[in-house]
Every structure is written in structure tokens, then in C-alpha cells.
Design a protein around this ligand. Structure first.
Ligand code: PPE
Length: 305
């Protein structure tokens, strides 16, 4: 999906022109994948543009850095303000927001202790990540031959740039095989998540999503969906899922900031009823919550001002 430029990018405390937001080819993180990032969405709401769960995303960014032993020279509050300033500077009513913290030019070698952390926040309009009809028609999933990395190889709780080699291998493999998205298993064969989304399956009327311990990112969309589902009185559990649970699920959906909520119509060519009734209800409520149209979740919408 090609990027559409916007006027400014926030870099190390300043809004700079889009074309000037550049790094040197000897940037540390370009060589070793030592960065952390976030994916956030700003939505048009009746009260103006609001960034969905911005503070929670910035907290996760700081935690990702902490896991890597990286120090971000800004507080969560400063990062929140910077993201709002960036979105406001574009004049866009809705957009995708991409903060990244990375080790810049100056040091080389695997020792990151002397490296200085740089931070940038860019935003641009980004459409439906899994296609416009991902909710209605559903996506085709394929179990990946690539195993999700393990906690002692690359902590899945950190949204680290280098970790996404694993996701990218899985995504491209699935696309080349004619599927839309990859399901990744943990080293012991349990469902972890998709290459860029968390996964939920409904079995015996219970909505289940795999835990961090199975290699899933603690998704903010996942958390929002669980809250909405529990408020509806659904039985929601964070629990392990086996591959066969997906083959006989009543419904399956995937969710993430970029993808929002997409239904799943098959896994490894076993058809799954789609779009499932719970999926449709949850997707409708999520879309309203993100646009500040549901007072119960208005606290999640942080107005850019
Ligand atoms: N798992 C993975 C591996 C993942 O990348 C994401 C988000 C999620 C789960 C869902 O997390 P959350 O956004 O907090 O609900 N993926 C981001 C980046 C996608 C990309 O291609 O880049 C996103 O959705 O913004």
C-alpha cells in the first residue's frame, strides 16, 4: 500500500517537512532491527479528530523500549502531545499514526549501550489493511510454515521492528500461496496470532483469543473488543487455541489497529461461517466506539484539539 505524503513529520521534538524527515544509511536500527514502533488510528468524530487509545499505544511503545533496554527520552505525556500535534498539522480528519523509536547514526555494532534513541511520529491516510470487504466477505487464512518467535528468542510483547521479519515472512508466504493472511503458531504448536492482527475464535458460544504466553501481542484492539464483548454479556476468555479449534469454529475474526475487524471465511481451506453474527455486532460497536459515537467508550477517544 503506497504511502501518501502529509505536510509534516515529528522528529526528535520538532515538526519537520515530510521530505526532510530522513535518516542516514548507517542508522543503527536499519542494520540490526533494534527499533520499537506503534500503529495508531485517528478517526473523525462528532467532536473533531480523535486518536483512538493514544495513551495506551504510547504506554506500549515505552514498554516495548523497556523490554529492549532502550531509553526513550520523552514521557508518555510528551509522546501523546507530539502525536496530537502531528495529526493536527496534517489537517486530516482521519489517518494512521506511526511512532517509531530507533537508534540513529553514530554507533555501529551490536552493543546498543552507547546508542542514542531518536523518535519520530508520522501520519498519513491508510485505508482498509485487509481490503475493503474484509468484514463482509472475510479473509482466507493459512497456517504459516513460519513459527512465531519464542519469548527467549524475540519477546513478542515488544513491538520491535526486527521482530517483524517473522511476520513479513509469514505474510508473503500466505499471499504467494493465494491466501490473505497467515496464522502463526507458537513453537509448541498453539495458535499465537496473525502476521499483523490478533485472532479471536468462537467455540461453543465462547469467544476465545490466545494469550501473550502463546506469542500474541497484547493488542489494544483485542483489549477494546474484549471490553465491548463483555459489556454485551458474552463469555470472553483469553485462552489457548489449537489449530483444530479454528477448523471447527463457529466464527473467527482478526483485529488490529490497521485491520480493524475482519471476518475469516476459511482456515487452511476449511470453511468457517462468515461473517459470523458476533463478529458483525462487535465490528459495528467497535466502529462506533472508535468514532466517539458510543458514550460508554468515549474515554478511548483522545481529541487532537
Ligand atoms: N499482532 C501483531 C503482530 C500486530 O502487528 C498487531 C498490530 C496486532 C497484533 C494488533 O495490535 P493492536 O493494533 O494494538 O490492536 N499491527 C500494526 C502494524 C501493522 C503493519 O503492517 O505495520 C497495526 O495494526 O497498526
Amino acid at each position: 500500500m503506497p504511502i501518501t505524503s502529509t505536510p509534516k513529520i515529528w522528529m526528535n521534538g520538532e515538526l519537520v517537512d515530510w521530505d526532510k524527515a530522513q535518516v542516514h544509511v548507517l542508522t543503527h536500527t536499519l542494520h540490526y532491527g533494534t527499533g520499537v514502533f506503534e500503529g495508531i488510528r485517528a478517526y473523525e468524530t462528532p467532536n473533531g479528530t480523535a486518536i483512538f487509545r493514544l495513551t495506551d499505544h504510547m504506554k506500549r511503545l515505552v514498554n516495548s523500549a523497556k523490554i529492549l533496554g532502550m531509553e526513550i527520552p520523552y514521557s508518555v505525556a510528551e509522546l501523546v502531545q507530539a502525536a496530537k500535534d502531528t495529526v493536527r498539522s496534517t489537517g486530516l480528519p482521519a489517518c494512521y499514526v506511526r511512532p517509531i523509536a530507533y537508534y540513529g547514526y553514530g554507533e555501529m555494532g551490536l552493543n546498543t549501550i552507547p546508542c542514542k534513541t531518536e523518535v519520530a511520529i508520522a501520519c498519513w491516510p491508510w485505508g482498509a489493511y485487509l481490503g475493503e470487504d474484509a468484514l463482509e466477505k472475510g479473509v482466507r487464512l493459512k497456517t504459516s510454515s513460519w513459527v512465531r518467535h519464542d519469548h527467549n528468542i524475540m519477546p513478542p510483547a515488544a513491538k520491535a521492528t526486527g521482530g517483524y521479519i517473522n511476520s513479513s515472512l509469514a505474510k508473503v508466504e500466505a499471499l504467494k500461496a493465494g491466501y490473505d493472511e497467515a496464522v502463526m503458531l507458537s513453537p509448541n504448536g498453539l495458535i499465537a496470532e496473525c502476521s499483523g492482527e490478533n485472532l479471536f475464535a468462537v467455540r461453543n458460544d465462547v469467544i476465545i483469543t490466545p494469550p501473550l504466553s502463546a506469542g500474541a501481542l497484547e493488542g489494544i484492539t483485542q483489549n477494546s473488543v474484549m471490553t465491548i464483548a463483555r459489556d454485551l454479556g458474552y463469555d470472553v476468555r483469553v485462552d489457548n487455541l489449537a489449530r483444530s479449534d479454528l477448523y471447527i469454529a463457529e466464527e473467527i475474526f482478526v483485529c488490529g489497529t490497521a485491520a480493524e475487524i475482519g471476518s475469516v471465511n476459511s482456515v487452511d481451506d476449511r470453511e468457517v461461517p462468515c461473517p459470523g453474527p458476533k463478529t458483525q455486532i462487535l465490528a459495528g460497536l467497535y466502529a462506533k466506539a472508535a468514532r466517539m459515537q458510543d458514550p460508554r467508550y468515549a474515554r478511548w477517544c483522545e481529541l487532537v484539539g
